[in-house]
Design a protein around this ligand. Structure first.
Ligand SMILES: Nc1nc2c(ncn2[C@@H]2O[C@H](COP(=O)(O)OP(=O)(O)O)[C@@H](O)[C@H]2O)c(=O)[nH]1
Ligand SMILES: [Mg+2]
Length: 368
């Protein structure tokens, strides 16, 4: 399950956003997840295709993907040196797959700003610097520990040494590690080391209610021009919300929401926007399975092959994988059922090299 840590300075709207995102918090008993506390929420991923399939096929069960949000408190200037909730904060954030970095663009004189005035670009830099410093410390400690083994068996660890020293060099130059070329293995190594700047970041601009509703958005424009965003591979995935407005929308009955959202020029909820952009940033796609009257959505990384996708469902299915029968979501919607698609010859048989596509509906065959 994808997990996203919400970070940012105090009083920027993190908890407001977290509460909005997790208001539909799920409690799925057959899911082996850690306990959900007040700072952690597990939320069903909004998925219109799944809803459509559910309507069409009326299965007994319908299970969406889930996403976990963690409201990470306590990041202030000096956090990397253990100020405030520093260390605890840094512990929480090390485990997540991606960061949602909330930046305050709303004014609101009643809500104090820890650095006195509202300045999203400076705030961004303050947080980014803390992450860089925290990483440098972690990496230096890791390098220290490896010195001996690097000396005794240099050949075996040549690549590791080269990479780690490169990381240190970049961090010292103030460059977040997500902006250098990282393979999936590099990324998971960095995650294991507890490196923060290697994680993909979704920048979330929390706008004032008035700026949100205008097409002229000076504060957002300023933010988008900041060097951090310009140099980031995820600049295109910047998320624009007004946490306060999102909260107001949520207070309404379902039927009234659409109307109010239209009035506010809100085309998507914050959750929909975050999920969509997070999937794109992380290169995730969704496929669907229907078996024994159970319809279910699964997320995988793009280019995942059929057996590994089957392995998401059950490890036996990966080991004993024989073949997959695949239909597209569009075809299924158009023709109404798998049987009908079979008759029309529109169900493909795919083998172990097949890269699963976004929107595939798959039946796996395997040797138990
Ligand atoms: N006007 C306005 N106020 C907001 C917005 N988001 C949060 N706030 C207010 O800012 C204060 C701090 O918000 P909170 O979510 O607790 O910030 P956190 O410290 O980052 O978790 C609260 O009083 C919120 O109501 C917003 O989009 N607009
Ligand atoms: Mg908070």
């Amino acid at each position: 399950m994808l997990s996203i840590g919400i970070i940012g300075l105090p009083n920027v709207g993190k908890s407001t956003l977290f509460n909005v995102l997790t208001a539909g918090q799920a409690n799925v008993s057959n899911y082996p997840f850690t306990t959900i506390d007040s700072n952690t929420g597990m939320v069903p991923v909004p998925d219109q295709r799944l809803e459509k399939l559910n309507e069409l096929l009326s299965p007994e069960e319908c299970t969406p993907c889930f996403i976990q949000f963690i409201d990470i408190a306590g990041l202030v200037k000096g956090a990397s040196k253990g100020e405030g909730l520093g260390n605890q904060f840094l512990g929480n954030i090390r485990e997540v797959d991606a960061l949602a970095h909330v930046v305050r663009c709303f004014q609101e004189p009643d809500v104090a700003h820890v650095l006195e005035n509202v300045d999203p670009v400076r705030d961004l830099e303050v947080i980014e610097t803390e992450l860089l410093l925290a990483d440098l410390e972690v990496l230096n400690r890791a390098i220290e520990k490896r010195q001996r083994i690097w000396q005794t068996v240099p050949r075996e660890h040549a690549r590791e040494k080269k990479r780690w020293l490169l990381y240190r060099e970049k961090l010292e130059e103030g460059i977040p590690l997500s902006s250098i070329d990282l393979t999936r293995e590099d990324q998971s190594e960095l995650k294991g080391l507890g490196i923060l700047t290697g994680k993909p970041v979704l920048y979330v601009a929390n706008l004032s209610e008035s700026e949100y509703q205008e097409s002229n958005r000076p504060c957002l424009e300023k933010l988008k021009e900041s060097t951090i965003l310009q140099n980031s591979s995820s600049a295109a995935e910047a998320v624009t919300v007004s946490a306060r407005l999102e909260w107001e929308v949520q207070q309404l009955e379902m039927e009234e929401r659409a109307e109010f959202m239209k009035e506010l020029n809100m085309t998507e909820t914050g959750l929909e926007q975050l999920v969509r952009k997070a999937f794109r940033l992380l290169g995730l796609i969704t496929f669907y399975t229907i078996a024994n009257e159970k319809l279910r959505a699964w997320e995988v990384e793009r280019e995942t092959r059929a057996p590994q996708a089957a392995g998401k469902v059950h490890s036996d299915m990966e080991q004993g994988f024989i073949r997959a029968h695949v239909a597209s979501f569009e075809d299924l919607c158009q023709h109404g059922s798998f049987q009908q698609l079979n008759r029309l010859g529109r169900v493909r048989t795919e083998g172990k090299d097949y890269p699963v596509q976004d929107g595939d509906v798959i039946q796996f065959f395997f040797n138990p």
